[in-house]
Design a protein around this ligand. Structure first.
Ligand SMILES: NC(=O)c1ccc[n+]([C@@H]2O[C@H](COP(=O)([O-])OP(=O)(O)OC[C@H]3O[C@@H](n4cnc5c(N)ncnc54)[C@H](O)[C@@H]3O)[C@@H](O)[C@H]2O)c1
Length: 374
């Protein structure tokens, strides 16, 4: 199937919470995507969100899935619901794009890839920010030898302070959440895009504060009992031999840490926040006196303001292209590999063993110079 502006992929959104508006606005930028409607377990919430954005609300998730006019389901429910909603959509014959993490656990995620294959549908997953100008500029620089041969890499996942802005961030502090599953996918997906698959993981993790106060305006909860680790450090052994170090924490409130750096035999590459699409990618040769900011390999998606960088939809457009045979970059297979690596941090911490990953993932195809994912 070739989706075009004349015959766009018709998209149904399941989950009309916090991130819903960013999908609605973000997807409007892609001519081959058209939002048909939305649904939520909480019907009143779907009706309200639909009215705010001028789209239709289905009576139920089942009604949305039964509509033959929907080609792609975008699953933006909380992580604990990802697997069940994805399975429902696949069984209904829809292509699926799910927010990160691809599922709350490796065990839940694993059967879904075979299920998608059985039903002949494409299955994609966030994050998609590695399709943006910054990650693609870094990838090109690395591939062209700007820092020689990569030896090491580091990534620091720090606190998004969700309890100060999300009305109910409970899902971030219970199993299925934590900095690893919430923000870790952005960082590890970027690292795999740059350096290829991860082979081994060792790590330690712990809960920082056992109770979190929620201070966000319009909050629906006052405090959260924390039942998943909020602070972790890990060593990543990439299949290429690169050694990565990773810190992920909701206990680091302030710091001077970089987001992602890659260290090569001839220099260092520094990337901006992988939770956005654009930003300065800088390189510094071993003996250079200064950092050089690389020109982006294609036009950035927009200004570096949070609202613009947090718009979503590129991964859905990537999925629409993949249905037509283009490379599938933000694939569930990549997201699964990243999830396995993140879960391995926990496993390693509990067992005090190095974990050998069972999955692998090829580096996704680079995005072309126009920034299109087709
Ligand atoms: N909020 C953000 O800034 C942000 C950013 C990037 C990614 N994400 C991801 O997007 C997803 C959603 O996050 P959010 O912040 O919008 O969550 P949210 O809790 O604000 O909204 C989730 C919605 O899903 C609905 N829901 C729950 N279970 C369902 C089910 N089984 N079927 C149908 N609807 C169901 C809930 O009623 C709710 O309206 C998460 O995976 C999160 O990691 C969120």
């Amino acid at each position: 199937m070739t989706y075009t502006p004349e015959r766009p992929a018709r998209v149904g959104l399941i989950g009309t919470g916090n991130i819903f508006g960013r999908y609605v606005h973000g997807m409007a930028r892609f001519p081959r995507l058209k939002i048909v409607g939305c649904a939520d377990l909480d019907h009143a919430r779907a009706v309200k969100a639909a009215a705010e954005h001028g789209i239709a609300a289905y009576d139920s998730v089942e009604a949305l899935l039964a509509d033959p006019d929907i080609d792609i389901v975008v699953n933006i429910t909380p992580p604990v619901a990802h697997a069940a909603v994805t399975a429902q959509a696949i069984r209904a014959g829809k292509h699926v794009y799910v927010e990160k993490p691809v599922a709350a656990t490796v065990a839940e995620a694993e059967p879904l890839m075979a299920l998608a294959e059985k039903h002949g549908v494409r299955y994609g997953s966030a994050p998609d920010t590695f399709l943006g100008s910054a990650a693609q500029t870094a990838r090109r620089a690395l591939d062209e030898g700007a820092i020689g041969t990569p030896v090491g890499a580091t990534a620091f996942v720090t606190h998004s302070k969700a309890e100060t802005w999300h009305p109910d961030p409970t899902f971030l502090f219970v199993p299925g959440g934590g900095p690893g599953l919430d923000l870790g996918p952005y960082y590890l997906t970027h690292l795999v895009n740059l350096l290829g698959p991860i082979a081994t993981v060792s790590g330690l993790s712990r809960i920082g504060a056992p109770v979190r106060a929620v201070t966000s305006p319009g909050r629906t909860v006052e405090s959260i009992e924390v039942t998943t680790p909020t602070h972790a450090a890990a060593v990543l052994g990439f299949a290429s031999g690169v050694i990565g170090s990773l810190q992920m924490s909701f206990d680091v409130w302030n710091h001077h840490l970089p987001f992602i750096e890659v260290y090569g035999t001839e220099g260092t590459l520094s990337l901006p926040d992988p939770n956005g699409f654009d930003g300065d990618v800088r390189v510094r040769g071993n003996l250079d006196a200064e950092w050089t900011t690389l020109p982006p390999v294609f036009e950035p998606s927009g200004p570096l303001e949070m609202e613009v960088q947090m718009l979503r939809g590129s991964g859905v457009d990537d999925l629409a292209g993949a249905v037509d045979g283009a490379p599938h970059r933000a694939s569930a297979a990549l997201a699964f590999h990243v999830l396995e690596a993140l879960e391995a941090v926990e496993t390693s911490s509990t067992t005090r063993q190095v974990v050998e990953l069972t999955s692998t993932a090829a580096r996704p195809a680079p995005v072309n110079s126009e920034g299109a994912t087709a």
